[in-house]
Design a protein around this ligand. Structure first.
Ligand code: NAD
Ligand code: TDX
Length: 334
């Protein structure tokens, strides 16, 4: 299938911008560079600096996906044939403080996009869901048929979007594909999330806050591997299907932080245990055999290598990370 116009929501965010950078190079589209249309509200998490290296290769609309009129007029003008939907409120701790924007953007925004996409007969709609929709798992791994059982307000809002897309697939034969990635990390991640926050604290001569005793496990996927996985699924994924997208690089938070401290070349005791997150999921773990077996994607960057790449990037872009310090300190009341 040849795509001419690809509309990317949340393209100024962390993963969306990695996807746009990859897409704009036309790498995986056999040399043809499609028209890229980004729709992003530029919330605290959105930043066009992430797209500087591909400036001029996309059209940009600063629009809220919850605005039916705003979204409707973009679809009417641009006539996208594919939609890749990243835009979301994405941080669990913020959802615990206030679930309102999560319900608005993640649920209502998704419904507005689904209806505009139906109206304009788009060929393929890709929902970027998350591993968190499954809830936590102590042993074993979630596959695509595992029950949806989210725990945080963030995860519940993403689960609602995921189920809404499933309902449109079933009810309207809507041409959607769902992707559930595991924890991403890498260049340009907003420093509210564990890995860039840890780097920001070390750069500021502070300590890394580790929730509880640091025993929670996450499956870390380097963002460029994730972007490539999304590209593969966009091209080859079957309509109506769901694909897990994980790295199999599982690590306890305390081990992740110690590996990061080693990579930064600072003392192993530059962390402190702090009050645990409410309702903190103990472990996420995905079985990603389906995307590997059926579509041929596999991750290429292991955690130690990915952390090295992330640290190298962060040292070069300290000014960008530090520009978010005021907002991050407000969030964590520092
Ligand atoms: P992010 O917070 O870095 O970026 C979100 C982007 O969406 C920002 O550019 C923001 O301005 C935009 N946005 C927010 N509300 C909007 C609205 N109402 N209208 C238009 N734009 C809006 O998020 P991310 O980490 O890049 O995550 C992207 C997607 O991937 C999200 O759907 C998230 O749930 C999912 N996901 C993230 C991870 C992860 O580890 N970061 C893992 C799995 C899934
Ligand atoms: O200061 C911290 N200390 C700490 O121990 C922070 C911010 C986090 N943590 C812990 C909580 C988690 O167990 O580290 C782990 C990772 O936390 P986050 O980076 O906040 O990510 P997480 O809550 O796991 O969710 C992420 O992965 C799934 C993304 O934020 C979601 O958008 C995605 O859907």
């Amino acid at each position: 299938m040849k795509y001419n116009n690809i509309l990317v929501t949340g393209g100024a965010g962390f993963i969306g911008s990695a996807f746009v950078r990859l897409l704009s190079k036309g790498l995986s589209l056999k040399g043809t560079v499609p028209e890229i249309i980004i729709v992003d509200k530029l919330t605290y998490a959105g930043d066009l600096e992430r797209l500087e290296e591909v400036k001029g290769r996309f059209k940009f609309y600063k629009t809220d996906i919850c605005s039916k009129n705003g979204v409707g007029s973009i679809f009417a003008k641009e006539k996208p044939d594919i939609v890749v939907h990243f835009a979301a409120e994405s941080h669990v701790d913020r959802s615990i403080n206030d679930a309102t924007p999560f319900v608005e953007t993640n649920i209502k925004g998704t419904q507005v996009l689904l209806d505009a996409s139906r109206k304009h007969n788009i060929k393929k709609f890709i929902l970027i869901s998350t591993d968190e929709v499954y809830g936590e798992i102590v042993n074993g791994r979630f596959n695509e048929n595992s029950p949806i059982k989210p725990n945080s307000p963030y995860a519940a809002s993403k689960a609602a979007a995921d189920l809404l897309v499933q309902a449109y697939i079933r009810t309207n034969k809507f041409p959607a594909v769902i992707i559930r990635p595991s924890n991403n990390y890498g260049p340009w991640q907003y420093p509210e999330k564990l890995i860039p926050l840890a780097i920001l604290r070390i750069l500021g001569e502070g300590k890394v806050p580790v929730y509880g005793r640091g025993l929670n496990v996450r499956e870390w996927l380097y963002v460029d591997d994730c972007a490539r996985g999304i590209m593969t699924i966009m091209r080859k994924g079957k309509i109506g299907q769901t694909y897990n997208l994980g790295s199999a690089c599982e690590s306890k938070n305390i081990d992740t932080v110690k590996l990061l401290l080693k990579t930064l070349g600072v003392s192993q005791d530059r962390f402190e245990f702090v009050k645990d997150r409410l309702g903190h999921d103990i472990r996420y773990s995905l079985n990603s055999r389906k995307v590997t077996r059926d579509l041929g994607w596999k991750p290429s960057i292991k955690l130690a290598q990915g952390l090295k790449l992330t640290v190298d990037w962060s040292l070069k872009r300290q000014a960008w990370l530090k520009s978010k310090l005021g907002d991050v300190n407000k969030l964590y009341k520092k």
